[in-house]
Design a protein around this ligand. Sequence first.
Ligand SMILES: Nc1ncnc2c1ncn2[C@@H]1O[C@H](COP(=O)(O)OP(=O)(O)OP(=O)(O)O)[C@@H](O)[C@H]1O
Length: 241
Amino acid sequence: MSIHDFKGAVFTRDLSRSFKGREVLGGVTLDIPRGQFVALLGESGSGKTTLLRALAGLDDDADHGGTYSVPQSVSVLFQDSRLLPWLSVIDNLTLGLRHDRAVPEAQAMLEAVGIGDKARVWPGTLSGGQKQRAALARSLLRSPDLLLADEPFGALDALTRLKMHALLFRLVERRRPTVILVTHDVDEALLLADRILVLRDGAIAEDHAVPLSHPRRTSHPEFEHLRLRLLASLGVETNLI
Ligand SMILES: Nc1ncnc2c1ncn2[C@@H]1O[C@H](COP(=O)(O)OP(=O)(O)OP(=O)(O)O)[C@@H](O)[C@H]1O
């Protein structure tokens, strides 16, 4: 299939990236249909962030090979919220949006992520979880066709992370963007994703469908089966768990 025939959201062919002659991504070929929620797992250094940055077009410092196509409207969510400290929370959300509805829509999005009362405060006064809620609100306010999320909950405590999973799932259900979520957390991947890719040494080593309906329970036998399989492929000795 050529790039012109592809009707999905993300298309890559032999995508490679190198830094100073060292290959980090080595020929990634991938098709992601619209609206699919994909989790990207892999051991540290396997190239997850490099793949995400390639799709976001944020890698001018790398040598490029292969081709890719993504939708026009892409939002990126990072582990740190990247809110500008000199703008109020709502001004961070509306930055660059010109239309009349920007402020009420931003306020509604802050309500949706549970921090409607924080619109006028400085980002520096928010907790880590509140900052990530604001960052999530900012990225979804733009109604992206593709959301690229690089460990957005990695720095949060376990309880806040669970709340953020539920929130992300609810918001994504409503707007149905295609999502690629980089995570180290196998349970997070299994709770949220339709499909889980395992990256190894810069290539897609495994591609799993997650045949579980929502809401998902970690106690479901298929959940547990996939969990052990994924942990083993990530090099965790599962007989010790
Ligand atoms: N800008 C860069 N310059 C040089 N090397 C880089 C650059 N970005 C990434 N790398 C190298 O590419 C490899 C893959 O990095 P990447 O951040 O994509 O891995 P990752 O799977 O996201 O890792 P982690 O799970 O630890 O975040 C690493 O060895 C890293 O040092």
